[in-house]
Write a protein that binds this ligand. Structure first.
Ligand code: CIZ
Ligand code: SF4
Length: 357
């Protein structure tokens, strides 16, 4: 039964003590989050594990790229476990290393004659945190950098100092929304198609571009629409609408505010009792905010419940199963990033930290 399952998890936690740290992403269901030592976004969690000096095992209740990032930042003796190896991220999967390498080669050829005597590269690769370790390493090797949804604008500023243009992947929406907010005209942010000859864009457009967008998206956040915002405004006059920048540009433009999970949480914290707030992000996070602020009306913009289907693959049963393994001295579902990949990925992550104010 569920009660037995939760009792088993609690007993294992008790037995493993300070050796174990359980991380729970904001988008995890409550049945999982209740067992987490830390709850946060992917980068906060990857760092949280480091604050526990005795933890030799990190159980990451989130998706694959997050566990990889934790392993990259973890101390060498720390093991990182993903309770269900099928918990990937469809957005991260939309940019695989081979396609990015191939697109990069094409761009290098196109920009080969450009004058770079001022020391600025023709193009700087920027990857969103929501990407495989291999792509973070690609950025590390090619003078590029990682960004999160909290610091995308600061990171793009850095990238524009290093080069004439940016190749931004995997999320087209975060790239477009951030570029637009920084004043980059839409016509200088073409979306490439890595499967088409010439990347599906006129050579002149590739030459004039400032931000080259990869055609990836988040299946959760791309569902939000302007019609939903219009409906919320019609039904709740005075409603405040806040959305995540992984949402399409017209949605971000129609909202009152857009920002990372941290931003959305602060937006809600700064509201007043009685306020009505419609949020465009993952449902578990929205429901938890609604529970935390019962004196406000907080709801998800999408009336059809839309959890992230891969986050949902972390079930308490898998958590219990990996903890049982630890009690028997067995590390199940360990995520190990290749050493060379980790070294270069870390370079790109460290550039991000150095670029922040
Ligand atoms: O959309 C996601 O998966 C986000 C915002 C993840 C994270 O924590 O960075
Ligand atoms: Fe990936 Fe979107 Fe799920 Fe985040 S919410 S893990 S970006 S599919």
């Amino acid at each position: 039964s569920d009660d037995e399952l939760h009792a088993r998890i609690r007993a294992a936690k008790e037995a493993l003590g300070e050796r174990l740290v359980i991380l729970g992403h904001f988008y995890q269901r409550d049945e999982v989050v209740q067992h987490a030592d830390f709850v946060g976004d992917s980068f906060q969690l990857a760092n949280a594990a480091l604050t526990k000096p005795d933890a030799d095992t990190i159980v990451f209740c989130g998706v694959h790229f997050m566990a990889e990032t934790a392993d990259i930042l973890a101390r060498p003796e720390q093991h990182v476990i993903l309770p269900n190896l099928a918990a990937g991220c469809s957005m991260a999967d939309m940019a695989d290393e081979d396609s990015v390498e191939a697109a990069w080669e094409e761009l290098m050829e196109l920009y080969a004659d450009e004058d770079t005597s001022d020391g600025r590269a023709s193009v700087v690769p920027v990857t969103y945190m929501n990407s495989s370790a291999a792509l973070k390493a690609f950025c590390g090797r090619h003078g590029g950098i990682v960004c999160t949804s909290s610091n995308a604008a600061t990171v793009l500023e850095w990238a524009f100092e290093q080069g004439r243009r940016v190749l931004f992947f995997p999320d087209q929406h975060l790239g477009r929304n951030t570029g637009k907010a920084m004043g980059v005209p839409l016509e200088q942010m073409p979306m490439i198609n890595p499967r088409k000859p010439g990347l599906g864009v006129e050579p002149q457009e590739l030459l004039d571009a400032r931000v080259l967008l990869w055609p990836g998206f988040c299946s959760v956040h791309k569902r939000f629409t302007v019609a939903q915002i219009d409906q919320a405004r019609a039904q709740h006059p005075g409603v405040k609408v806040v959305v995540h920048p992984e949402s399409p540009m017209p949605v971000v433009d129609a909202a009152d505010a857009a920002g990372s999970t941290d931003f959305i949480r602060k937006f809600v914290a700064a509201s007043e009792p009685g306020d009505v707030i419609a949020i465009g992000t993952e449902i578990n996070l929205v429901n938890r905010l609604a529970a935390d602020y019962p004196d406000r009306t907080i709801f998800c913009l999408d009336p059809v419940i839309c959890p992230c289907s891969t986050m949902y693959r972390i079930h308490p049963g898998y958590l219990a199963w990996v903890l049982d393994g630890l009690l028997e001295g067995e590390v199940r579902n360990e995520i190990v990033v290749d050493e060379d990949v980790a070294t270069h990925a870390k370079v790109a992550l460290e550039r991000m930290l150095a670029a922040l104010p």
